[in-house]
Write a protein that binds this ligand. Structure first.
Ligand code: NAP
Length: 264
């Protein structure tokens, strides 16, 4: 019980890929709204100017976040940020929203796409995610508490590849499939080591209208409801979760009002 209140009052969140217009930015905003004065949100973007612009937008809405330049492919960036922010407390929340969907990969079939395009995709979408997880886990393990959310998606599921995509976007899909495995792998490690309150989940927010997917139907603010829900202290499962009627492997899903449901 004591731990519950302690973590509530000392939340420190870091969000990657949080440029305006995307799910990361909308999630940083929701976290800042939830925390009020009771926590810190580190809003990061690949280009430092985008991070500052995002911070200023939220400031005009009366919300407080700290902005940083963070390229998830650069270990030096990650180390610098972690050193800086840990002075105010190690992150209790990590949300990974940094992603690329390379133009070549969008149009080309997987049997023809260049290795450069695949490599670039994995550098951000998978190694970037692993790099961030490795950066925050030691602090979470030491505190015995943490929440990590990976925005995964249906493109990482083999059913989607078989039924709809037919080889298109294969590098993106492979990188997301790897992220789903990564989530399960970290979840399993935490559980086996007895860190039962260090939770990691992947969420599929649906088709969201963002910089990456201008044709999406949901607004980033609507998608952020699902992502933010999985950062809360009351999250009691780890694994891969899906929203709406798609029940995930671990039987938990997030309703569109942000409530967590445990149907099994
Ligand atoms: N939109 C959807 O329909 C949908 C569906 C399922 C899952 N998702 C997932 O949701 C997450 C967020 O995507 P989104 O739709 O919000 O896309 P987005 O608006 O394009 O956001 C992605 C962000 O990642 C940043 N980024 C790219 N390379 C980076 C790097 N090396 N270091 C740090 N940041 C980097 C981009 O910044 P720059 O523009 O400056 O490069 C951009 O701000 C992703 O994991 C995506 O796979 C999205």
């Amino acid at each position: 019980m004591f731990l519950f209140f302690m973590t509530q009052e000392h939340e420190v969140a870091i969000v990657t890929g949080a440029k305006e217009g995307g799910i990361g930015f909308a999630t940083a905003k929701k976290l800042a709204q939830r925390f009020g004065d009771g926590g810190i949100v580190h809003l990061t973007a690949r280009d430092g100017r985008d991070a500052i612009a995002g911070r200023d937008t939220l400031r005009r809405e009366g919300l407080s976040v700290i902005s940083h330049k963070l390229d998830v492919t650069r270990q030096v960036d990650v180390d610098r940020i972690m050193e800086k922010i840990s002075r105010d407390g190690s992150p209790t929340i990590l949300v990974d929203a940094a992603v690329i969907f390379d133009s070549e990969d969008r149009g080309e079939k997987i049997t023809r796409v260049s290795m450069d395009s695949v490599r670039k995709t994995f550098e951000v979408n998978t190694l970037g995610v692993l790099r961030m997880i490795q950066a925050v886990i030691p602090g979470m393990v030491a505190a015995g508490y943490g929440r990590i959310v990976e925005v995964v998606g249906s493109w990482g599921k083999n059913t989607r590849a078989l039924e709809e995509l037919h080889g298109r976007g294969g590098a993106y899909g492979m990188s997301k499939a790897a992220d789903i495995y990564l989530v399960a792998s970290v979840a399993s490690q935490m559980e086996k080591q007895g860190y039962n309150d260090v939770r990691i989940n992947g969420v599929d927010p649906g088709k969201v209208r963002t910089n990456m997917n201008p044709g999406g139907t949901l607004l980033p603010d609507e998608a952020a409801v699902y992502v933010e829900a999985l950062t809360r202290p009351e999250v009691s499962t780890s694994g891969v979760l899906y929203v709406g009627s798609q029940v995930g492997d671990y039987g938990t899903y997030v309703r569109n009002d942000g409530a967590l449901a445990h149907p099994r």
